[in-house]
Unconditional design. Structure first.
Lengths: 165, 50
């Protein structure tokens, strides 16, 4: 018999009419608690990071996106992990973070739609990045996406970013 | 955060930070520096143990 790990999608692919006490699991319930903490904090632009690589940033960020989707929230993911762009590869996102600048169209925040990619998670978009030996302050142009998150958030309930460990 | 400055740079643009720590790994001196940085932020930080 071949055993395989459940995919993340399979964790969230449960029947909402099923008996919660019987079918629920700690992973989903802890994510629901984290979602509640974030919603109650009043903070909407959240960075996920860790002291070192391979701690689970991408999995938690993607899981949070699923969890927000379950509560009908619209979410933008921003992959700013130039050391390991797992999210960009996972969602086959356009790597547009490094190149986009609002210069020349200051009043055109709608231009943001041209650099996002739809994900397989309902109500969730992503802005991808390339990998490279640089930091945000070295590679991002003036008037970049990060500098305009306060405007971009008007189109979303939450923005979740991943940074390099 | 132990290795790169990236997350510290990005912290200027966000409202809050969630620190992700693997339950499989212990917390060393280097990790404590990162935790102290999170604690020093004016934004609130949370920790999720996976």
């Amino acid at each position: 018999m071949i055993c395989r790990k459940k995919t993340l999608k399979e964790y969230f692919d449960f029947d909402s009419k099923s008996d919660r006490e019987y079918t629920s699991n700690t992973f989903i319930e802890n994510l629901r608690k984290l979602r509640y903490e974030i919603e109650c904090s009043g903070k909407r632009i959240i960075l996920l990071t860790s002291p070192k690589a391979q701690e689970g940033k991408s999995i938690i960020l993607e899981s949070l996106a699923y969890t927000f989707s379950m509560s009908k929230k619209k979410v933008l993911l921003v992959d700013a992990n130039f050391s390991n762009n797992t999210l960009t590869r996972e969602f086959a996102a356009k790597p547009t973070l490094e190149s986009f600048s609002m210069n020349g169209h200051e009043n055109g925040i709608e231009k943001i739609w041209g650099i996002t990619t739809l994900t397989s998670i309902t109500n969730t978009d992503i802005i991808g990045c390339d990998e490279g030996n640089y930091t945000p302050s070295e590679i991002l142009p003036k008037n970049n996406v990060l500098a305009n998150l306060d405007k971009v958030i008007s189109h979303y309930d939450f923005i979740l970013l991943e940074g390099a460990a | 955060m132990n290795t790169h400055a990236d997350s510290k740079e990005i912290s200027d643009y966000v409202d809050g930070i969630v620190g992700v720590f693997s339950a499989k790994n212990g917390i060393g001196e280097m990790d404590k520096e990162a935790i102290h940085f999170l604690e020093s932020m004016t934004v609130n930080s949370s920790a999720l143990f996976k």
